[in-house]
Design a protein around this ligand. Structure first.
Ligand code: ACO
Length: 318
């Protein structure tokens, strides 16, 4: 498998830490030093589907491909306005696609899970050209009265078009049963046969446990992928990690004994956009001319579940 196009789209509204401290008991200094986040983009007048379509169109344009040439659309999404039909189906109608569509929810690991799934479809001979898209609106899952979660998230979408090739060397995805450390429960409709009331619960997060799980899962995945592909940590040119907390990225970097230049980040500008963080960053690096032909790229994501995913590939676009 190889990537032949990338694209991303972010909301227009920028919300700074100072804007949050107007209604939350928090401060720019706390958020900056504990997370690395300075501002985030939040969906206001746009909608998530439109951002996803914009990202998909940009990726298709770079791939020099029309939506009608796609064989599959895989969309990583945790929440959006529609529960059904899937977000991937809603996107397909606006990019001229006529292929099967499926949404996957692996929380913030969704991009690596999506790539892993795309490669499996290719290897099974069931699809060649696949759009893997991540579209996320986590700002609608947290309570805006809860400073433990509200300060962390932003919204955004990003996509890649993949086709057959030899760039992808290995991927490793995991899920460990830890629902109690990070969850969001949505209210369901009333039903005459249900006696207890079901209310939604805004996102709950045990930050310290998530932090530990994130570092351990990421290191486990990275070490496994390096071993499987016969690479040393030094041979990787870019570690593109899930942008959840700058301190998580720094802890992983220190454990791998790698220089800061190899760990690009945009968390300071965009916050945690769930599964969209990795493909947004990949698109920024691609469009910014930061990726050279032959570079070795490692992606590592982690999220609620607790899920994690790592993959390694060679960059051959340009
Ligand atoms: N502003 C000011 N103070 C705050 C805030 C805030 N926004 N949030 C918490 N505090 C307070 C706490 O109440 C606590 O006060 P206390 O000492 O009086 O009890 C103090 O700050 C320290 O709180 P901790 O939770 O211990 O802070 P910590 O250093 O662990 O940082 C954080 C919290 C940033 C959430 C960190 O634990 C973290 O990043 N965890 C991982 C989160 C993550 O990665 N989430 C997403 C991954 S999965 C996904 O992407 C969906």
């Amino acid at each position: 498998m190889k990537i032949i196009g990338t694209g991303s789209a972010i909301p227009s509204l920028s919300v700074t830490n100072d804007m949050l401290s107007v209604f939350l008991d928090t401060s720019d200094q706390w958020i900056r030093t504990r997370t690395g986040i300075v501002e985030r983009r939040i969906i206001s007048d746009e909608n998530l589907k439109d951002l996803a379509v914009e990202a998909a169109k940009k990726a298709l344009e770079e791939a020099n491909m029309d939506g009608s040439q796609l064989d599959y659309i895989i969309c990583s999404n945790v929440v959006n306005y529609y529960v059904t039909p899937s977000l991937s189906c809603l996107i397909s109608g606006e990019i001229n696609a006529a292929c099967p569509c499926v949404d996957l929810n692996a929380a913030c690991s969704g991009f690596v899970y999506g790539l892993d799934m795309a490669q499996a479809y290719q290897l099974a001979g069931k699809a060649k050209n696949i759009l893997v898209i991540c579209a996320e609106e986590p700002t609608r899952m947290c309570s805006w009265k809860d400073r433990n979660t509200a300060v962390l998230f932003g919204d955004g979408a990003a996509a890649v078009v993949v086709t057959e090739g030899d760039d992808f060397k290995a991927s490793y995805i995991t899920a460990k049963y830890r629902p109690e450390i990070l969850y969001y429960q949505r209210a369901l409709e009333d039903c005459p046969f249900v006696t207890y009331q079901q209310r939604g619960v805004p996102m709950y997060m045990n930050g310290k446990e998530v932090f530990k799980m994130a570092v351990n899962a990421s290191i486990e995945g990275i070490e496994r992928i390096l071993k499987e592909t016969g690479h040393t940590a030094d041979q990787v040119d870019h570690y593109i990690l899930h942008q959840a907390n700058m301190r998580i990225i720094e802890t992983i970097r220190n454990q791998l004994h790698q220089p800061v230049e190899k760990f690009p980040h945009n968390i300071e500008r965009l916050g945690n956009t769930s599964s969209a963080t990795i493909p947004i960053l990949l698109d920024e690096l691609n469009k910014g001319g930061k990726l050279k032909q032959g570079d070795t790229i490692l992606l590592s994501g982690f999220g609620a579940g607790f899920t994690a995913g790592t993959c390694l590939f060679t960059w051959t676009m340009n």
